[in-house]
Ligand binder design. Sequence first.
Ligand SMILES: [Zn+2]
Length: 233
Amino acid sequence: MSPVLQIPELKADALIHGFSTMELGSVGLTHAKDPEAVRESRRRFAAALNLDPDTLTVAGAVHGAQVARVDAPAESIQGVDALITDRPGIALFATYADCYPIVLWDPKHRAAGLVHAGWRGTEAHVATAALAAMAKEFGTQPEDVKAGIGPGICGNCYEVGADVAERFDPAFVNQSSGERYLLDLAAANTAQLNAAGVSDVFNLDLCTKESEALPSHRRDPDGRRFGAIVALR
Ligand SMILES: [Zn+2]
């Protein structure tokens, strides 16, 4: 596996995007035993995409649906689960371990977004909140947008209780054993984007829990994270 994964359908001259694997090391600072190693992993990830590591702008995700427009690099923006920009030279960045990174790319207005969607963010419609923010800020029209869903825990692995399952359309929920349910967050986010007018949703279809190359909170709750970067050229 390549150290940086990309969604083939999102490869474009004007868009840079990627998802780091464990080959680059954990990029999650919050529970890191060795923060300097994490910073070095982040620098290597940015460099692998030919980006200046100093332009990394982190979404300080809180599992909500708040969106921030980024006009200049900032070390971190707290309390938001989506970042949007139309400025080249900013590397939108967030970290994940089972939650889904979602990339939004508007080639017409040369604008992009990066979303962090776990079950809470999905329930709060964070992906379409980012889309609406791009419409307001940049004039983005959903039909022009290409969306990409990166690695995350799949609908066969993501077991939840009834308290979580009942918050979602039954179309995205399957019965597991006993009082447990399986929730398909990628399908739920795809459906939300489709309903908002984005027909081009491309799913990398890679499960974090099933892939040793990626960290999974459900498999190993050790604080390791992979990263997603979205930037404009
Ligand atoms: Zn899986």
